[in-house]
Design a protein around this ligand. Structure first.
Ligand code: HSE
Length: 339
């Protein structure tokens, strides 16, 4: 049995519980992976620890009714997140608390604690991955644990592991892409005559936007992701503040209309490239001709084109935000660890 502790029970934590509940049997039959959730710790949704594994059907039914995991009929309740990591007996800690790109937020101490105890860690949390990937990877290696971060970029659509694993043997010379779903959704709707504020509200309701959507519209979320990709795939050592950044708050309906008249679309593009041997990164709105494949990636879809020495350009397009979509990236990391 692979015992899992889930730290964070917001959009992604709940998405993970739902996906695991649907896939639990399939994971066992197809991969031999008997994945059992033994603990959950949420900031506002309570905490629960059940040694023999939580029955996910029963958990989700009672959670949907009462809004707290403590409504589950058995188990230990009321532990904090660090106690949960220490006492759950989990082999794998899944860290899905909120992102803070300035300090790493609560996720950083959670991940340090878990890796220090030799537990594998999977996270979609961009703060720790963007600010402290090398430190955390070294800590994992020193303790015989794995630290995997696929779902930090483009949710479950392969990005980090595509570059690290599937493209192994190629040198990644740079990349460019649309890696923030919320801003792509807003720009797409603006192109259809939609209103900025109403569209942002819709993105929040759909669970795509960050808790503080300034993180999306001012470009910080894309900056975090560009840093993660550049540092893990291009050997860079960038911090979010090293990235040249411009969000979409200055983009007006008139600008979108003007671009349209010229056969173009405005997209928030994140890129990393080599300049005089150093890795540089940038996030900014760009007008793209409709013949550019990225111009046709709309709504919350993401896309990423790697430029490599061997295969030249490799592009992946897919869903890049949302609880269930992110949970799929976590599941793929879980299977990779098990293998
Ligand atoms: N707020 C992010 C987005 C969520 O809109 O892409 C996924 O990281």
């Amino acid at each position: 049995m692979t015992k899992i502790a889930l730290i964070g029970f917001g959009v992604v934590g709940q998405g993970f519980a739902r996906v695991l509940s649907q896939k639990q049997q399939e994971l066992k039959e197809k991969y031999g992976l008997d994945a059992q959730l033994v603990a959950i710790s949420g900031r506002s949704k309570g905490s629960l620890m059940v040694e023999e594994g939580i029955d996910l059907g029963s958990l989700l039914t009672s959670f949907d009714k009462y809004g707290t995991v403590e409504s589950y009929p058995t188990g230990t309740k009321g532990l904090d997140s660090i106690q949960t990591i220490k006492e759950s007996g989990a082999d794998v800690v899944i860290e899905v608390t909120g992102t803070n790109l300035e300090t790493g937020g609560a996720g950083l101490p959670h991940i340090r604690e878990a890796l220090g105890l030799g537990k594998h860690v999977i996270t979609c949390n961009k703060g720790p991955a963007a600010l402290a990937y090398s430190e955390l990877k070294e800590l994992a290696d020193a303790n015989g644990a794995k630290f995997r971060i696929e779902s930090t970029v483009m949710a479950g659509t392969p990005a980090v592991n595509l570059g690290k694993e599937a493209l192994a043997g190629n040198k990644i010379l740079g990349f460019k892409g649309i890696i923030n779903g919320t801003t792509n959704f807003i720009l797409t709707k603006m192109g259809e005559g939609g209103d900025y504020d109403a569209t942002l509200k819709e993105a929040q309701e759909l669970g795509y936007a960050e808790a503080d959507p300034a993180g999306d519209v001012e470009g910080w979320d894309a900056v975090g992701k560009v840093v993660i990709l550049a540092n893990t795939l291009m050997g860079a050592n960038l911090k979010p503040t090293d990235v040249e950044r411009e969000g979409i708050t200055g983009i007006t309906p008139v600008m979108v209309e003007e671009a349209k008249k010229e056969g173009m679309k405005i997209k928030l593009i994140a890129r990393a490239y080599l300049e005089d041997g150093a890795v540089k990164a940038k996030v900014s709105p760009e007008s793209m001709l409709l013949t550019d494949p990225l111009a046709n990636v709309n709504n919350t879809m993401n896309a990423l084109t790697f430029t490599t020495d061997g295969l030249h350009e490799v592009t992946v397009i897919g869903r890049g935000a949302g609880g269930v979509e992110t949970a799929h990236g976590i599941i793929s990391d879980l299977i990779a660890i098990y293998r």
